[in-house]
Each structure stands twice: as C-alpha cells, then as structure tokens.
Design a protein around this ligand. Structure first.
Ligand code: COA
Ligand code: AMP
Length: 630
C-alpha cells in the first residue's frame, strides 16, 4: 500500500488518531481532551477542551523558533508601483499593535469585526489581529455592493469595521469609503467604530466620532499579547452565495482549522517552512483566507500578497514576473486567470524572460479546469499543473493530487482523488451510492474532517437543511460528478443555482430577485452560460408585466445597472433579453437547465414535462447565439 492509500485508510478508520498526530504540528496552550467530539452529532467538533491561539501559531511561534528574520509577507502591487516586505518579527509587531487598536476600541473575544479591504498588508494584519484577541473577523470582498455589505453587517453585527479609502482595479481607483458609508446607512445594526486605511490614491472623509485613521491609531497603540481561545471558538465568518438573498455565513473554528491547514501545506501542496507560496486570489474569498494568509504562515512559509490582475498590470507576463522575482515555489490561482493570460499571450512569449527555476507546481481551483487550459499551462510551464476541488464550506481541499504525500498520475479533467479525512461518495437520487462512472450528487460522509464549517452563523437550522438533510449522514456538496474505478473524481458542475464567474461564486437566484424587483418585470430567469474567459457568465431573461409599454434598450440598461448596484460589479451581469414567456414544466418550474444547455450549444432534449414546447422554440434563437449588449 502506498503512502496515500495508507493515510487515507487511517484517516477514515481512526480519524481521532490520525488528526491527533497532525495536531502535534500546532502549539496548544491546553491540549485537547477529545480529538473528535460527536456528542452533538451532526454538529461534530474537533479538539474539544483544547486551547490555542491561531495568530500565535502563525506568527509568534515562528519568531520564537528561529524565523524572526525570515520574510513572512511580500506585498507586490503593480497597480501602485510599490512593494513591501515583512519579516515574521515585523508582521508580529504590526499585528500586535493593531490588536491593541482593536482592544482600545472595545473589541473583546467573540466580538465580530468586518473587514472591507483591498489587497494590502493591513488586511492581513487586521485578520491576524482579530485572531490574536479572539475576535471573529468577516472579510467582505471589495467587488460587492453597499447593499451586500449591509446584509453582512446586519448578519454578523460587528463592533468595528476596518476599511480603506480605495481599492485599485487595473488602472481604476475605486473609492471604498462612500460604499462603506452607504452600507452603514442601510444597515440596521449600528457599528461602533470604523478604522480607515488612507491610501495615497484617494483620501477618505472621516466621520468624526466614528471613523479612526489607521496610521493615527497605530501610532498610539499598545501591543497586545495572544489570547488563548477554545479550539471550537470561531476564528472567522465568511459569507458565500446561498440560494436566497441572504448569504450563508460559513463559520470556521480555530483548532480544526489550524491543524487541517498546516497538514495540507505539507501533504497536499508539498511545501515546507522557508519556502515561498503564492496564492493569486483575493483575501475576500476562501482561497485568500486559507492560502494567502493562514496556511502559509502556519507552515512558516513566505506568502505573497499580489495587488494586481493576471493581465493588464501591466501585461500577461505579470504572474511570471512575480513568480520569478520572489522565487515562488508553488503558485495557486483560478483557471480563469490562466485563460486570461493564454488569450493575450498564446505562445507564452512573456514567460521566456523570467527565471522560474524555483517554481515546482501550479495549483488551480475555484472552478472547473477545462482540458485546453490544463494542457496549455502544462506545456508552457513544463511543470505539474494540479487541479483540486474544494469550497468555501470546507476551507481546504476535498479532492486533490497530493503532491507532498504521494504525487499521482494526473488524469486531465479530474482533480484526482479524495484527500485523507474526506469520505467522498457520489449519491443517486434515491440515496444509493452510484456505481463507478455514473453521475450523481457528490456528498461527503460525516463527520467532515477538521477545518471544515462548524455551522452557518447563528443558523444551525439552515446548516442542517442546506447541507445535511438531502442524504442523511452526509454533507451535500452542491456539485454533481462521478468517481471512476481508480477513485478519480470528476466534478461536473453545480446542481443548484450557483454559478462560477471568473472564479467568483454567485447565486443566479439573487440576480433573479433583483430583476423581479423592477416595476415592469413580471418574472425572470438567470442562467450561467459558458464563457471562454470567465468560465461562466450570467444571462438574464425577463417577461414583462402585461400592458407594460417600455423602451427595451432603456429597460435592459436599467436591469444591468440594478444588478451592478445591488449585488456588485463582480456579478458581471451584462446581458438580459426581454422574452414573451419562460419555458416551464407543467408544475410551473422554470426549465433553467434546458435554457442553459441550449445557450451552451449542447444537444439538449426537450423535457417531457414541458408545459408548452412552443415557448422553447421561440426562445431558441434568443438563447443562441448570445446577443451581446453594450
Ligand atoms: N473591488 C471593486 N471592484 C472589483 C473588485 C474589487 N475587489 N474585483 C472585481 N471588481 C470589478 C471589476 O473591476 C469588474 O468591473 P467592471 O465590470 O467595471 O469591469 C468586475 O468587478 C468583474 O471583475 P472580474 O471578475 O475580476 O473581471 P475582469 O474582467 O476585471 O477580469 C480576470 C477578468 C479573469 C482577469 C479576473 O477575473 C481574474 O483575475 N480572475 C482570477 C479569479 C480569482 O482570483 N478568483 C478567486 C478564487 S481562486
Ligand atoms: P467557492 O466556495 O467560491 O470556493 O466555490 C466552490 C465551488 O466552485 C464548488 O462547489 C465548485 O462548483 C467550484 N469548484 C471549485 N474548485 C473546482 C474544481 N477544481 N473543479 C470544478 N469545480 C470547482
């Protein structure tokens, strides 16, 4: 039996023992009493009775154990033309000071702090400072609208919000402060204080008595020590798209998270202390939480924080420049970024001038890795390109080719095999396990391993209903797929209304809610259609209220604007068509899957349950080819 098979078997056969061994790589203030606590199943808890501090494990511990002068963080920002480097000692000191700022503002263990910040070092410092004092951070991605931010403020009820005067998108300066002010106005929860990072590119007007300038606050702050917290205490809440207007607040613990992430660096990514890890994502997403901030630091690596795009900052050679300049050993990004590079530099010419000798592996996740992108990346890099599958909910990989534990044969189109700890199964609708090769719902038998979600913030019921009720004893991933005879899993896409636009997870249901709120719209459908660059993009179809007399181009413009304003630019909602009717089943369900299939150019059969097949006939020319609108 190879190392992977042995580890996998042990992880499922005796999970408590397996994870107790992994937990030795973490510093505990009080050792756990129970490794796997099933006392309140299906709410499993890891390392109960244990106490630790995640920030201590990510920073202080390395400072004390000989890494004080090693780089912890490299900030590389082509959009501002700046770079900054922080050793472990410097990052610890900044973090301890900002923890003091938060303390001074009355933030205590268990209090929530919302971070609405761009990709700047202060974001990493703020996250770790929360962890240091046992506060719970919730990072909100900068591409979300004030309305979405307000929803999160009302749900998390933070004492403090940390934000910045602006973010920079390519060459555009996006002022964050007006967006924050609007969100605070909209929210019913009243935030105590806001700490604002003033960036040279935009000056934010501070509200006296509420807003505090980051630099001023830091100048007077007293460093604060790490506070031990329970392993089961929440470290952060990260909101992700659900099927309703209310996002799901995924709750992550301290103990399980630290153990699992630390384990993943060695076993999944094959990266050691002292090496350089770069996740080219955004801290607003789970990839950023886990693999820009926590995992590389827990493992004693140097992490790269990149404020830029794969293309246009300044060109499609940007990733190769960063990887070469900082001697990156492992690079992690989304397939869409590679597609963007490929589109602009198909021959890989911009890669040639760079010395990528340090780079061992390219990891890709966040959306399906299409074989064309996989092959192109493999060919131009001449290194393993590793697809792996996971979600905000799990926080770390479910299916991967474990580069540290035992590198395996790569089968293009499959992220490879189940990671130790995850008992992955494909389920058929009636609840049986699907035979090899047969498509079904990808589920994971409980308990999930450490580091995965504890519940949804203040909503245990929704957690059970969304994830645990479809197949009792199993977590429902929301993705469909297959497992072959060798245990290789293929992920075929979401089975719900979630779409993946440029690696960003969005709900079409929420977009439909926005469209339906327009006074002229009777009903709406939004489907995610295939897109060469972004993987998927949303397309909307609306039916007008009878007797409505509107100018269609004006209406379309209003609808596109409404989605942008209410959800955010990140929704990339640019196409909407007015149609006579939507195709439905006899029971009134909109046939979104059929619409998507036609739009994608697939050979789709008309479902026998359709109410009126002529509706679909009328829709076909509109669905295909896409009618791009300005
Ligand atoms: N703050 C404000 N606005 C933001 C934003 C942020 N943090 N992030 C994105 N936006 C805006 C963009 O400016 C754009 O606005 P526009 O419609 O006015 O042009 C819109 O949201 C869509 O952004 P994006 O999805 O980034 O598309 P793009 O066309 O600007 O760039 C890619 C396309 C492929 C280059 C880009 O999506 C990319 O780098 N993707 C990598 C994905 C990734 O990191 N995913 C995380 C999971 S691993
Ligand atoms: P997020 O929670 O934003 O990380 O998005 C998770 C979703 O992205 C998953 O449920 C999948 O639909 C999709 N996804 C992530 N990684 C992959 C992958 N490697 N292959 C296919 N789909 C993926």
């Amino acid at each position: 039996m190879g190392p992977y098979a042995a580890a996998y078997e042990r992880s499922l056969g005796d999970p408590a023992r397996f994870w107790a061994e992994a937990a030795r790589d973490i510093r505990w203030r009080t050792p756990p009493e129970r490794v796997l606590d099933d006392g309140a199943a299906p709410f499993y808890r890891w390392f109960t009775g244990g106490e630790l501090n995640t920030c201590e494990n990510a920073l202080d511990r390395h400072v004390e154990q000989g890494r004080a002068d090693q780089l912890a963080l490299i900030y590389d920002s082509p959009v501002t033309g700046t770079q900054a480097r922080f050793t472990y000692r410097e990052l610890r000191d900044e973090t301890a000071r900002f923890a003091g700022v938060l303390r001074g503002l009355g933030v205590e263990r268990g209090d929530r702090v919302i971070l609405y910040l761009p990709m700047i070092p202060q974001t990493v410092v703020a996250m770790l400072a929360c962890a240091r004092i046992g506060a719970v951070h919730s990072v909100v991605f900068g591409g979300f609208s004030p309305r979405e931010l307000a929803v999160r403020i009302d749900d998390a009820q933070p004492k403090v919000v940390v934000s910045a005067s602006c973010g920079i998108e390519g060459s555009r300066v996006i002022e964050y402060k007006p967006l924050l002010d609007e969100a605070l106005e909209r929210a019913t929860h009243k935030v105590g204080d806001c700490v604002i990072v003033q960036r040279p590119q935009a000056h934010a007007t501070l509200v006296s008595g509420r807003d505090v300038d980051w630099d001023h606050a830091m100048a007077d702050a007293r460093p604060t020590e790490c506070v031990p917290v329970a392993a089961t205490d929440p470290l952060y809440i990260l909101y992700t798209s659900g099927t309703t207007g209310r996002p799901k607040g995924v709750v992550r613990d301290n103990g399980g998270h630290a153990v699992a992430l630390r384990w993943s660096m060695t076993n999944v990514y094959g990266v050691s202390a002292g090496e350089v890890f770069w996740a080219a994502s955004d801290v607003g997403w789970v990839v950023g939480h886990s693999y820009i901030v926590y995992a590389p630091l827990l493992a004693g690596c140097t992490t790269v924080l990149y404020e830029g795009k794969p293309v246009g900052t300044p060109d499609a050679g940007a990733f190769w420049r960063v990887a070469a300049e900082h001697r990156v050993n492992a690079l992690f990004t989304a397939p869409t970024a590679i597609r963007a590079i490929k589109k602009e530099d198909p021959e890989g010419r911009l890669l040639k001038p760079h010395d990528l000798s340090a780079l061992r592996t390219l990891f890709l996740a966040g959306e399906r890795l299409d074989p064309g992108t996989y092959e192109w990346a493999t060919q131009i890099l001449g290194r393993p390109v590793i697809d792996h599958w996971w979600q905000t909910e799990t926080g770390w990989p479910i299916v991967a080719n474990l580069r540290g534990l035992e590198p395996m044969r790569i089968k293009a189109g499959s992220p490879s095999v189940a990671v130790p700890g995850y008992d992955v199964r494909v389920m058929l609708p009636e609840g049986a396990v699907a035979p090899p090769g047969v498509e079904g719902d990808i589920a994971i038998r409980l308990p999930l391993p450490p580091g995965t979600l504890l519940t949804l913030w203040r909503d245990d019921e929704r957690y059970v209903e969304s994830y645990l009720s479809r197949y009792p004893g199993h977590y429902l991933s929301g993705d469909g797929g297959t497992i072959d005879e060798d245990g290789y899993i293929r992920v075929l896409g979401r089975t719900d209304d979630i779409i993946n636009v440029a690696g960003h997870r969005l709900s079409t249901g929420v977009m439909e809610e926005v469209l339906c709120a327009h006074p002229s719209v009777a009903e709406a459908a939004v489907v995610g259609v295939r897109d060469e660059l972004k993987g998927q993009v949303p397309r909307g179809f609306v039916v007008l209220k009878s007797g409505t007399d509107v100018d269609e181009p004006t209406l379309r413009g209003e609808l596109v604007r409404a989605v942008r304003e209410q959800i955010g630019p990140v929704a990339a909602f640019k196409e909407v068509a007015v149609v006579q009717a939507l195709p439905k089943t006899r029971s009134g369900k909109i046939l979104r899957g059929t619409m998507r299939g036609i739009a994608d150019g697939d050979d789709v059969a008309v479902p026998s349950t359709i109410e009126d097949a002529t509706v679909l006939d009328h829709l076909r020319p509109i669905l295909r080819p896409p009618q791009r609108q300005p």
